[in-house]
Design a protein around this ligand. Structure first.
Ligand code: PMP
Ligand code: GLU
Length: 412
């Protein structure tokens, strides 16, 4: 028997990590969130703007549905792609809210929308297939594409255009390897919402170049200033045929920890994803599925209150940011994030340490003022940091007060 004495630097030779896995980096958003939570647990007075999760409790009727499911013994396997009752509720929701007609067999329920996205790219992509990812993008899209052997092609949009991509920009990025385009409206991290006309123009490109649209609609209910969420799949039967709609419980029902997301897609895609899921995770948690059913078919008063509260916080956060010298932001129309432009502070120093980009800005701010934000570099936008207003008004006042002090304390 050989004894393995672990020495520094041995790990790599002892158990080799696949190239596929080496190509993927961890989620920066989850890392920042974990860091802020860990600092709070140590008793530090951290103001966390990192979290991409509602600070509200899961509504009572949803929690009760889970308790009842437990008491009724709903603790066994369900079909791998989710239970029929829940799929029917998803179909009803898609009909009611999005004007989309799907059959239950076209729905695949997974462990969060992130898992739904994972399954989608696994089902769609072959080695080297390109996926257009509008930037600044949510951290996980490029990695999810890479995990499926695909190549993310980031197409950047500018703040002047409210971070929206023009059809010309998208079309210029299409090659003969382009297989799909990711759409995320309302958007994380930019907070924009595409209008019906803008979606139509993107849909036309998808049809012209035979692209699949992966439409992540997880923030659909979180819209402000009269913005309207439209599902691109609802614009025509032709578009529905080439779209995978992604959605989930996390954001609308404050259910981030429950891990339920779903896809609605053409039947053959749903079947392919079901096969994949049946060998990887099997069904998502059965109790959480009953809770999701209650969420989709129950009252939505908490959701309405939550949106009204997010709206107040959004306004206040935008006002406070734009009053700080060197910092600015555009008012977002959806989700619960603000992209704060930090370019006016790049090159300045705190005690001799320069702000070189979003990462050093984030680190200096966290160390000196205990305020957690997400560096834009994780979204492919190093001139920005993302702030989430899924935190209470007191924290917004306190945190922005500290960011103001931080900005004013920087020297040339
Ligand atoms: N899409 C976007 C744009 C998100 O911000 C998130 C947040 N985590 C997800 C998908 C995944 O959500 P979940 O896996 O919690 O359902
Ligand atoms: N989507 C959230 C965020 O962007 C949660 C963390 C994650 O899943 O990335 O912060």
């Amino acid at each position: 028997m050989t004894l393995h004495i672990v020495k520094k630097g041995d790990a790599i030779t002892m158990m080799r990590i696949s190239k596929r896995c080496q190509a993927v980096t961890g989620s920066l958003t989850l890392e920042i969130d974990a860091k802020a939570k860990e600092m709070k647990a140590r008793g530090l007075d951290v103001v966390g703007f990192g979290a991409g999760e509602p600070d509200f409790d899961t509504p009572e009727h949803i929690r009760n549905a889970a308790k009842e499911a437990l008491d009724r013994g709903m603790t066994r396997y369900t079909p791998a792609s989710g239970m029929l009752e829940l799929k029917k509720a998803v179909c009803e929701k898609l009909r009611r809210d999005n004007g989309l007609v799907y059959q239950p067999q076209q729905i695949v329920v997974s462990n969060g929308a992130k898992h739904s996205l994972f399954n989608s790219f696994q089902a769609l992509l072959d080695e080297g297939d390109e996926v257009i990812v509008p930037g600044p993008y949510w951290v996980s899209y490029p990695e999810l594409v890479i995990m499926a052997g695909g190549v993310p092609v980031v197409v950047q949009a500018e703040e002047e255009n409210c971070f929206k991509l023009t059809p010309e920009r998208i079309e210029a990025a299409v090659t003969d390897r382009t297989r799909a385009i990711v759409l995320n409206s309302p958007n994380n991290p930019n907070g924009f919402v595409y209008t019906r006309q803008e979606l139509q123009a993107i849909g036309d490109i998808a049809i012209r170049h035979d692209l699949t649209i992966v439409s992540d609609e997880i923030y659909e209910y979180l819209v402000y200033d009269g913005a309207e969420h439209v599902s691109i799949a609802s614009l025509s039967p032709e578009l529905q045929e080439r779209t995978i709609v992604i959605n989930g419980m996390s954001k609308a029902y404050a259910m981030t920890g429950w891990r339920i997301g779903y896809t609605a897609s053409p039947l053959h895609v749903a079947k392919a994803m079901t096969n994949f899921q049946s060998h990887s995770t099997s069904n998502p948690n059965s109790i959480a599925q009953w809770a999701a059913l209650a969420a989709l078919s129950g009252p939505d008063d908490q959701l309405k209150n939550m949106v009204a509260e997010f709206d107040c916080r959004r306004r206040r956060m935008v006002e406070l940011i734009n009053a700080i010298p060197g910092l600015s932001c555009k008012p977002p129309k959806g989700a619960f994030y603000v992209m704060m432009n930090i370019s006016g502070l790049i090159g300045k120093k705190l005690n001799g340490v320069p702000v070189t980009g979003s990462m050093s800005f984030t680190e200096l701010l966290l160390e000196s003022k205990q305020v957690a934000v997400v560096p834009g570099v994780g979204f492919g936008a190093d001139q920005y940091v993302r702030l989430s207003y899924a935190t209470n008004m007191e924290n917004i006042e306190k945190g922005l007060g500290r960011i103001r002090e931080f900005a004013l304390s920087l020297e040339d």
